[in-house]
Design a protein around this ligand. Structure first.
Ligand SMILES: Nc1ncnc2c1ncn2[C@@H]1O[C@H](COP(=O)(O)OP(=O)(O)OP(=O)(O)O)[C@@H](O)[C@H]1O
Ligand SMILES: NC(=[NH2+])NCCC[C@H](N)C(=O)O
Length: 384
């Protein structure tokens, strides 16, 4: 087992702040309040299609604008700054610390319900049930459509807040804990950790282009306060075969990723699952009774699973309305070739399950599996 965390002044200060609270955080300072009012006015006047704009009604805004979270004093501005700065956000809100999901529940709950296909504020996320990859046959045995398959999940380490509330010291501490746990991995998971600090720019860019590494300078994350002290504490772990990866301190503390060429979803899923189990022996993850595994972005709560294929469907690509209709029918999300907020290049789309809450891990992957099969069937029908 890893050694116990040493005594830290930072943690002690947080503890004291927490212990001295008698409910409710510190009042929001007048500067933040003025920024909020201004930003809200602009959002309302904009043609933003974000879930933030849709659900931040005036009464909710007025009711939440002066609140802060008990332990970290995170404000509404801390939650919605990204959506206020980026009117092209699809969602536009993040939780600076786990308590934000409760303090600002009047806004998070309807957004969660909308994104995750009806997970109501009275609903409870089910217990984890991963099932087994053997139920998912190769989606494209003749290698006709699928370029590659990837399954990822996110984890937050217990007792640490999310990005905007982490100190520089905590970034380094988290990196040390997570890479320490990763370095114990054996068998097919054996590999090495590469910190972003000191990584050559050309190496970094190559890893991004190969779809292994997270990109840098994501404006949605930056304006959410998630890029402080960059690149301190950030990095990537690879196994020797480069089909198992772990991202450290990007959007979430941990992203566990399994990926390979072709359409063997079952194999990719099992590999991710084994990695999650192995890491779970060394690290404790934050889980909420109602929301499931806790993540920085509400779109990732619950199972945190995104199972995706890079796929070429020329006929459906030529008919984007039909493609979107099918994606909506099967609860799928269509992204561009380099991930979120990018365009499809060479006809390659990234298609994945959209919802992650209110269903088990197995069901989330099954949803993607059934949807991709339906899209391939539809593509084949047009061919005939
Ligand atoms: N099936 C896949 N095959 C190869 N690469 C993939 C696949 N799915 C996603 N990727 C790549 O993974 C990288 C990260 O993508 P992206 O940021 O959209 O998703 P994510 O890591 O699941 O996280 P988030 O949803 O938080 O953005 C990108 O380079 C993207 O192209
Ligand atoms: N990586 C994510 N958390 N994606 C979901 C939302 C991303 C961004 N905040 C938006 O609203 O468009």
């Amino acid at each position: 087992m890893l050694r116990l965390r040493p005594f830290r002044l930072e943690t002690f200060k947080v503890f004291c702040r927490h212990a001295s609270k008698t409910g409710g955080g510190k009042p929001v300072d007048s500067n933040a309040l003025a920024q909020l009012e201004e930003g809200y006015k602009k959002l309302v006047a904009s043609n933003s299609k974000s879930l933030l704009k849709k659900h931040l009604k005036k009464d909710i805004f007025d009711n939440l604008k002066k609140k802060t979270t008990p332990s970290f004093n995170s404000s509404l501005l801390d939650c919605i700054q990204s959506g206020l700065c980026n009117h092209d956000s699809g969602v536009g809100i993040y939780a600076p610390d786990a308590e934000a999901y409760k303090t600002f529940a009047d806004l998070f709950d309807p957004i969660i319900e909308d994104y995750h296909g009806g997970f109501k504020k009275t609903d409870k996320h089910p217990e984890s049930c991963f099932g087994q990859g053997k139920d998912f046959a190769n989606l494209d045995p003749n290698n006709k459509y699928i370029v590659s398959t990837r399954v990822r999940c996110g984890r937050s380490v217990k007792n640490f807040p999310f990005n905007p509330c982490l100190s520089e010291f905590e970034y380094a501490e988290l990196e040390c804990m997570i890479s320490g746990a990763l370095n114990t991995m054996s068998g097919q998971y054996k590999g090495g950790y590469l910190p972003l600090c000191g990584m050559e720019k050309s190496v970094q860019q190559k890893l991004i282009d190969e779809h292994f590494l997270f990109k840098e300078g994501d404006r949605f994350l930056e304006t959410a306060g998630a890029s402080r002290f960059w690149p301190i504490g950030r990095g990537i772990y690879f196994n020797e075969a480069r089909n198992f990866l772990v991202w450290v301190n990007e959007e979430d503390h941990i992203r566990i990723i399994s990926m390979e060429k072709g359409g063997d979803l079952g194999k990719v899923y099992d590999r991710m699952l084994g990695g999650v189990e192995a890491l779970g022996k060394y690290l404790q993850f934050s889980r909420d009774q109602r929301l499931g595994y806790l993540t920085f972005c509400p779109t990732n709560l619950g199972t945190t699973i995104r199972a995706s294929v890079h796929i070429k469907l020329p006929n459906l690509t030529a008919n984007p309305e039909e493609m979107q209709k099918l994606a909506t029918k099967y609860n799928l999300q269509v992204r561009g070739t380099s991930g979120e907020h990018t365009e499809a290049k060479g006809g390659v789309h990234d298609i994945s399950n959209k919802r992650r809450m209110g269903l088990t891990e197995y069901e989330a992957v099954k949803e993607m599996y059934d949807g991709i099969r339906a899209l391939i069937d539809a593509e084949n029908k047009v061919c005939k």
